[in-house]
Design a binder for this molecule. Structure first.
Ligand SMILES: [Zn+2]
Length: 202
């Protein structure tokens, strides 16, 4: 299937049938990608990082882990993860209020807007914005509970494969953050690319 480039700072939604997968490649290694999944039959069921943290008993998802919904159903598996860690399941996506907090001019792109726009473009709606899985986002947690905001440890070409365990809509946002170093020390959003891997008919 065709490869889709997601420009730095922009979003994209893709429907997956159960058994299909999407491969996401961190072209430059430095890009954080906020990732959501919603059940296509009922978007009030969504990938919940809060439920997932409980079900996998970890703050950080790794290869082989399952992402669960807010009804504790299995939604996606992290079938492949070539990066040496790490992904975040603690932080909300960036939004206009965060950029206001940093003193940015109005109109800054946000992952929240990217999520809503990509969802609408795909013909879906949402009553609220769930907290995402922030792929490649490096938010280390120290023993005293302090959370850091660090550049990714991923490398150019690192990839993940997310396999659908139900019919889902997956939404990606190549995060537009250019204030903190989460998209690398030069604080520059860059493109990533995605490829849908359709399950072979048996
Ligand atoms: Zn963002």
């Amino acid at each position: 299937m065709a490869i889709t480039e997601i420009p730095g700072g922009h979003g994209w939604a893709v429907p997956l049938a159960v058994g299909d997968a999407v491969r996401l490649v961190n072209t430059f290694g430095s890009q954080v990608v906020d990732t959501w999944a919603l059940a296509r039959h009922d978007t009030s069921e969504y990938l919940s990082v809060e439920h997932t943290r409980r079900m996998i008993a970890n703050l950080f998802p790794g290869q082989g882990d399952i992402f669960y919904s807010n009804r504790r159903s299995k939604m996606l598996s992290l079938e492949k993860d070539t990066a040496p860690g790490r992904h975040d399941m603690l932080f909300a996506c960036c939004d206009k209020w965060l950029y206001q907090h940093y003193g940015c001019a109005p109109g800054h792109r946000t992952c929240r807007d990217n999520f809503l726009q990509a969802l609408f473009a795909a013909g879906f709606d949402a009553n609220f914005v769930p907290n995402p899985v922030n792929l490649w986002m490096n938010i280390p947690v120290s023993a005293d509970g302090h959370v850091g905001i660090e550049p990714p440890v991923s490398r150019p070409g690192d990839e993940v494969v997310l396999r659908a365990l139900m019919d889902v809509l997956v939404v990606f946002s190549a995060c537009p953050m250019d204030v903190t170093p989460i998209n690398g020390p030069d604080r520059t959003p860059r493109p990533v690319y995605a490829e849908v891997l359709v399950q072979a008919a048996s």
